[in-house]
Design a protein around this ligand. Sequence first.
Ligand code: ATP
Length: 309
Amino acid sequence: MIHVKNLVKRYGELVALDHLSLDVREGEIFGLLGPNGSGKSTAINCILSLLSFDKGEVEIFGKTMAPDAYDLKRKIGVVMQNVAVFEELTVYENIDYFCGLYIRNREERRHLVEEAIHFVELDDFRKFYPKKLSGGLLRRLNIACGIAHKPKLIFLDEPTVAVDPQSRNKILEGIERLNEQGVTIVYTSHYMEEVEQICSRIVIMDKGRVIASGTKEELKAMITLGEKITVEVFSINEEQLSQLRTLPGIVSVEHIDRQLYIKSGKGSNNLEIVLDFLKKRQIGFGRIYSELPTLNDVFLEITGKQLRD
Ligand SMILES: Nc1ncnc2c1ncn2[C@@H]1O[C@H](COP(=O)(O)OP(=O)(O)OP(=O)(O)O)[C@@H](O)[C@H]1O
C-alpha cells in the first residue's frame, strides 16, 4: 500500500531521514517506533507530501505521491501529533468541517460525522467547544476529524502522547477496531508497549534510518538476549555470585541494591535452575520474576542506548 525507497530529508546540515526505505502492506497495523527526534514525524510528512524531500521515491496505492495528488489524499486519513481543531467550532462542527473537505453530500456527511462521534465515544460532548475538553477527549476529537471520511489508509502520529491511561486504552482499542474493518494503519510512537500491543509489523528507526524491521517476534529473535530474571536477595556473597555466573545459559549476573539481575542467552529457560541454586545454598530471597526481552532490549542491543531516556 505504501512503498518508500531511499528517502533523504535534510534540514540544513542535519540529515533527518537517511535513505529510509519501508513498505506497508494492505490490512496491517504498521508501527514506526523510535526515540524522540529519530525522524518519525519527518517520515510521515514526507510520505504524505506535506514536506518536500531531497531524494527518494514515495508511492501510495501504487501511484507516485505528490502535493496535488488529491485522488490519493481522499483515501487517506491523517491524525497529526499536535491537536489541530478550530476553537470556535463545537465537537460536531469540527468533525463536520474536516469531513466536508472530502464529502460534499450533506446527508452522507451527517451519517459519517455521527459515526465518527460514536466511534471515539464523544456522544455526550458533541456540543462542547474544544477548550472545555480534557487532553484525552481533545485527542479523541482530533482522531475523529482525521477518520470521519472513512479513509482506507490512516496515519496516526503519536496519538497518545500526554493522554490519561483510560483515553489511551480507548484510542488503542479504536485503532484495532478500525483495522478489523479493513483499514490499513501507520502508527508512530516512542512507546514500545503500545507498538507491541497493536502493531502487526514494526520498523525501528534511529537517526533517520531503519535499524530493524519485522514482527515483534522476529525483532526479538534478532538479538542474543533471552529471558531476564530479577530476584530480590537478602544476602549473597561474591563466591555464590561467581558460581551463579557459571550456570549454563546464563550470560550475565548483576547485583545492585539487593536485586539480582540475571540475563540468559536466547532460548534458555533458567527460572527453575536459579530457584534451585538459591534453595540449595539457602540464600534467602523475596520477589522473583522472569520476563522475555522487550523492544527496548532490541533497541539497546542494536544501538547501545535506551529507546527512552
Ligand atoms: N523544521 C525543522 N527544522 C529543523 N530541524 C528539524 C525540523 N523538524 C524536525 N527537525 C529535526 O529533525 C530530526 C527528526 O525530527 P522528527 O520530529 O521527525 O522526529 P520524531 O521521531 O518524530 O520525534 P518526536 O517523537 O519528538 O516527534 C530531529 O533532530 C529534529 O530536531
